[in-house]
Design a protein around this ligand. Sequence first.
Ligand code: DQA
Length: 143
Amino acid sequence: MKILVINGPNINMLGIREKDIYGKNSYNDLIKKVQSFAKENNLDVNFFQSNYEGAIVEEIQNALGRYDGIIINPAAYTHTSIAILDALKAVNIETVEVHLSDIDKRESFRKKSYVSLFATKIIKGHGFDGYIEALKYFLNKGF
Ligand code: DQA
């Protein structure tokens, strides 16, 4: 099973940005954690992170025919990007939306998620474990 893990703007700043919210571990730590779970479970996982909306749209478009599932933390674009929503709809690859923090318990502008209109599962507030839960969701589906 091939899974693409997409992270949006400022996720590369994990371990530096707002540690009280996002924790002290880095983006590389996140990749290592997800990669080791993937290896143990024979999952083929690729990672993409960008601070640019258009680059994320292009990565989603390029996933067509290449991936069985997408795990996406669109970060701030969660709350603004119809373009990312439309790209997900266009390729129609099953998608799990992950947020490190619980976006429902923060500022009101974070409550709205466009990607949630397409995602089949939304995991929020579980930190790095949220990505593992998303992989487990795909494992249980089995394809
Ligand atoms: C986030 C929540 C977003 O509101 C925020 O803009 C982020 C990260 C999260 O993982 O909790 O950058 O998606």
